[in-house]
Design a binder for this molecule. Structure first.
Ligand code: UN1
Length: 481
């Protein structure tokens, strides 16, 4: 009997209004149905929003440190259930158990970090303009926040949106991606067990076109935070503008890793493998382009090719596995389509290029050499384990090529030349810069967000920057003369 999970609306666990459900499938073993989840209707989502609105005044009045204490408790619950959360994540999303444990550890840390933000919700006292005046500012929560999240980090991304939303006094309507709803449900369970009052969080699963759209088009939602594809992000933005809803969008990337002639070959290879094939390339900070200086290019391509061929692809629960499957049949098809496109464009396939193994959506770690900057595989986000190597001359040429895309999320360089590293850091168009480190992997206390088409360029998330999106500032002039 397949387990039937429910949504959480208005403090109750409920089915969709019309009873419709969808299946959660294991991408590494397509015969395994992990459970079914409600396909929320627009009406269900509207009820979730109404409940969040009702719960808002009392939650906003709860002292911020007390709100933070609930997150602190939730962090401890995540820590205690880490193995279970990680295994659930691997089963539904496909990443290796090692990667899943890393992600759930991040969730634990995000809750812990933001729990302290309750003590730091400060304002300013400003100089008076007359002798009988006092001027100060205070932070207030925005209201109801719609949280729409992707499947690739189904635990950490919702955590880093929901934790600041709650600690700053907002209530939440949370719509996770349909390919990994169980990890999302576990987060909601942890928060409720930690003592979050009913109605403060509402959990609705279902399609983006119905449930996501109901959030984006609602006049009763005060802020929407979204991570996902550029196409969907743009639709949400266009819909939300009708009500001037505050918006934060984190979208795609086509992140470059530059390898200079002086780079340590072993390090450069390792960073390309982590950045390009980590989580099966399904990371918006993935190194999908490696821009290599001519002097080291031959050696580097050999080394990367070798590493790609030796990477063990399989079920993420198996300890030998270094790369799991694509998340879905559609993502696998996209990966294979782009591999064909790359071949058609004249790039040189040097590793992978095909499906791997049976029973799941496995694809080989793939490397193209001789990629030209304007090819589609060098411009469009594939979201799979496909690295395109672009050869460059000088450092300036490498930086120019790095910037020659519509996206600007993350960018890395491998070099021991301090001057080159700083020239890169100052001139690359990206919100995150990594020197001798993988383009993917970010710290919980550091502002995160992209430039150009990678973001709405409105608000950063994570760290102390999160307060800007999740609160509004009131300026108070008090005359006491
Ligand atoms: C990371 O690089 O550790 O969806 C996180 C994504 C990004 C998060 C990347 N928003 O892949």
């Amino acid at each position: 009997m397949v387990q039937e999970y429910r949504n959480y609306i208005g403090g109750e666990w409920v089915d969709a209004a019309d009873g419709a459900r969808f299946e959660n499938i294991n991408p590494a073993d397509n015969d395994e149905v992990l459970g079914t989840f409600p396909k929320a209707t627009a009406e269900d989502v509207q009820r979730a929003i109404a409940t969040a609105r009702e719960a808002f005044p009392a939650w906003a009045r709860t002292p911020a440190p007390r709100r933070g204490a609930i997150l602190d408790k939730a962090s401890e619950i995540v820590a205690a259930r880490l193995d279970e959360f990680a295994e659930t994540l691997t089963r539904e999303e496909g990443k290796t158990l090692f990667e899943a444990r890393g992600e759930v550890t991040r969730t634990r840390d995000v809750f812990k970090y933001h729990s302290g933000a309750g003590w730091r919700m400060t304002g300013d006292v400003l100089p008076p303009t007359s002798s009988d005046e006092m001027i100060y500012t205070q932070r207030e929560p925005l209201g109801v926040i719609g949280v729409i999240t992707p499947w690739n980090f189904p635990s950490a991304i919702p955590a880093w949106k929901i934790a600041p939303a709650l600690v700053y006094g907002n209530t939440v309507v949370f719509k996770p991606a349909s390919f990994a709803p169980h990890s999302a449900l576990l987060l909601v369970e942890a928060l409720l067990e930690a003592g979050l009052p009913p109605g403060v969080i509402n959990f609705v699963t279902g399609s983006g076109s119905v449930a996501g759209e109901a959030i984006a088009s609602s006049p009763d939602v005060d802020g929407i935070t979204f991570t996902g594809s550029h196409a969907v992000g743009k639709e949400i933005y266009q819909t939300a503008v009708d009500h001037m809803t505050r918006i934060q969008l984190e979208m795609g990337g086509k992140n470059p890793l530059i390898v200079l002639d002086d780079a340590d070959l072993e390090l450069a290879t390792k960073l390309a493998v982590i950045g390009g094939f980590g989580a099966t390339g399904q990371v918006c900070t993935a190194s999908s382009r490696v821009i290599v200086q001519q002097g080291i290019a031959g050696e580097f391509v050999d080394s990367l090719t070798n590493a790609a061929r030796n990477l063990v692809v399989g079920n993420g629960l198996d300890k030998r596995t270094r790369m799991g499957p694509a998340v879905s049949a559609a993502q696998l098809q996209t990966d294979l389509d782009y591999i064909k496109i790359g071949q058609g464009e004249g790039a040189k396939l040097v590793a992978g290029g095909d499906r791997a193994g049976d029973g799941g959506y496995f694809v080989q770690p793939t490397v193209f050499d001789d990629v030209a900057p304007q090819m589609r595989i060098a411009q469009e986000e594939i979201f799979g384990p496909v690295i395109g190597v672009i050869r460059a001359g000088s450092i300036d040429d490498a930086i120019e090529k790095a910037n020659d895309v519509g996206f600007g999320l993350s960018a890395g360089i491998v070099t021991n030349d301090l001057r080159a590293a700083l020239t890169f850091a100052n001139n690359v168009e990206a919100g995150v810069v990594k020197i001798n480190a993988p383009t993917s992997g970010i710290a919980v206390h550091v502002p995160f967000g992209g430039f150009k088409q990678s973001s709405a360029n409105t608000f950063k998330e994570q760290g102390e920057a999160a307060i800007e999106f999740y609160t509004r500032t009131k300026s108070i002039y008090l005359t006491h003369g």
